[in-house]
Design a protein around this ligand. Structure first.
Ligand code: PGA
Length: 253
């Protein structure tokens, strides 16, 4: 696992102000678990309040529009997110790709707007079950990466990749440790090809898809896994902190 694992909670379309108590509890625990970098991506409506309530953890958004501003009813720009307290934005989540028809080029445009606004970005990639079944998982992910990632050695340090097999998200199913290891090794090779030996080696690669405290040790222990992007299990402080605690223990052992 990475020097300091990065555990990010993605609340998706969940959470009203009553859930801020969960964020507060997570933040308080993060004070003790300093060997782990902890962050939450609540819905847009809670970013500002989460930033105010939780001073230690990272706070980010789940998506943004690629444009700086203008006539885009209902959309939110990266600069607006920064202004509301976000420090990072997740782009290219498979639910955005599937439900909103986002293509790799859209994801890249969003990633560039996030970087231009001075935040860091988590770029999500992952294969469908059909693609895995026909042996194309690694080639699909490589293609997504090459077309979705913002270019340039200098931006690499602001980029995190999240590998999330679509069929593992919210299903309780996870790939084998060997499959996760093979995919993360393959992603590393793509990153080195894309950003160069030095910069490409430093980009963190998170695993996401049905991570919970019970399976965190084996998933985080797979080759080149630098942390986790957690959906369902991040909705309660107990569930999320269970994963953070596993990551912290692994750092100590
Ligand atoms: P899950 O979601 O942990 O509920 O599977 C992960 C994600 O979509 O980021």
């Amino acid at each position: 696992m990475a020097v300091r694992p990065y555990i990010v909670g993605n609340w998706k379309m969940n959470g009203t102000r009553s859930m801020l108590s969960e964020a507060r509890s997570i933040d308080r625990a993060a004070e003790r678990l300093i060997k782990v970098e902890v962050a939450l991506a609540p819905p847009f409506t809670l970013i500002h309040a989460t930033r105010k309530e939780a001073g230690l953890i990272g706070v980010g958004a789940q998506d943004c529009h690629a444009a700086e501003g203008g006539a885009h009813t209902g959309d939110i720009s990266a600069a607006m997110l920064k202004d509301s307290g976000a420090g990072f934005v997740i782009v290219g989540h498979s639910e955005r790709r599937a439900n909103h028809g986002e293509k790799d080029a859209d994801v890249k445009a969003k990633a560039l707007s996030v970087l231009a606004a001075g935040m860091s970005v988590i770029v999500c990639v992952g294969e469908t079950e059909d693609q895995r079944d026909v042996g194309k998982a690694e080639s699909v992910v490589a293609r997504q990466l090459k077309a979705s990632l913002p270019e340039g050695e200098v931006v690499a340090e602001k980029v995190t990749v999240a590998y999330e097999p679509v069929w593992a998200i919210g299903t309780g199913r996870t790939p084998t440790v060997d499959d996760v290891s093979a995919m993360h090794r393959s992603i590393r090779q793509v990153l080195i090809g894309f950003y160069g030996e030095e910069a490409g080696a430093k980009v963190r690669i998170l695993y996401g898809g049905s991570v919970k405290a019970e399976n965190a040790a084996e998933l985080l222990g797979a080759d080149d896994v630098g942390g986790a992007l957690v959906g369902g299990a991040s909705l309660t402080a107990d569930g999320f902190l269970g994963i953070v605690a596993v990551a912290a223990e692994m750092q100590e052992s």
